[in-house]
Design a protein around this ligand. Structure first.
Ligand SMILES: C[S@@+](CC[C@H](N)C(=O)[O-])C[C@H]1O[C@@H](n2cnc3c(N)ncnc32)[C@H](O)[C@@H]1O
Length: 239
């Protein structure tokens, strides 16, 4: 029997996927039948091959931020990624969670749901688009998770300046070209045992190359890219 939060997440995932597919269809120069075949093939591929496959077929998803209806696109994580985030919080028993790039709050809902199960803790969410912040607040309210989230509205580069102490888990899902300066800005919030999960390592592979390199050669960190969802960087702070 699906819970109310499962039903809310299901609706938000469906909306987000529909926006991305409609955007891609509008740019694809071919028939509906050809487009359906590409979509089917895309999901059958290993995550590391998907971006190249889309480029080869003229279906590039990068840089779209406005839906066909003129609203800011959700660009939410997948349900698979959400369950992974929830389990990471539960396994780490982390009470201080930082999320960089929250949109309408799909990932925030998974993180906050885990924090609620643990009985204490907070997710600090960050988002600068006011329409997304309003939607996120509404979604948290619907899920009964408002008390577990502290939304910092504004540019992440400004809002993180007010943060102190260290975090148990940090989830990075902002625009990929900002990953490296963003990470450098939050390095002071890391301590041994902190886990940093970064999305879009495959879907923005070229853009994040410098960031990936930085993590892989950092003396305090152990980092590897998981062939999962949109490509997830799993980074552990060692010292
Ligand atoms: C890929 S979406 C995040 C999706 C979200 N994690 C989810 O699962 O629903 C990236 C978000 O980061 C936000 N963002 C990008 N750069 C930002 C910045 N410098 N400050 C605040 N928000 C930013 C964008 O507005 C966008 O909503």
């Amino acid at each position: 029997m699906p819970t109310p939060i499962d039903m809310l997440l299901d609706r938000l995932h469906t909306q987000s996927n529909a926006e991305s597919v409609q955007r891609a269809r509008a740019r694809f120069n071919g028939t509906d039948h050809e487009f359906s075949a590409i979509v089917e093939h895309y999901f059958a591929l290993s995550p590391s091959l998907r971006q190249r496959f889309l480029s080869e077929h003229g279906v590039l998803l990068a840089d779209d931020t406005t839906s066909m209806q003129g609203t800011p696109m959700s660009l939410a994580i997948s349900a698979e990624m959400g369950r992974f985030l929830r389990n990471m919080v539960l396994a780490q028993r982390g009470s201080r969670i930082l999320e960089l790039g929250s949109s309408y709050g799909v990932s925030t809902l998974y993180l906050a749901d885990a924090v609620r199960s643990l009985g204490s803790g907070k997710v600090i969410a960050t988002e600068r688009d006011p329409r997304k912040c309003a939607g996120l607040r509404e979604n948290l309210d619907m899920a009964g998770l408002t008390d577990y989230v502290d939304l910092r509205e504004g540019d992440i580069f400004d809002t993180v300046l007010d943060l102190h102490g260290s975090f148990d888990i940090i989830f990075i899902d902002a625009w990929a070209d900002a990953y490296l300066p963003l990470f450098q800005q939050i390095e002071r919030l890391l301590s041994p045992g902190t886990i940093v999960l970064t999305d879009n390592m495959y879907s923005a592979e070229e853009t994040v190359a410098g960031y990936r390199d930085y993590l892989h050669h950092h003396p305090r960190l152990s980092s590897s890219t998981m062939d999962f969802a949109s490509g997830v960087e799993f980074t552990v702070v060692v010292r």
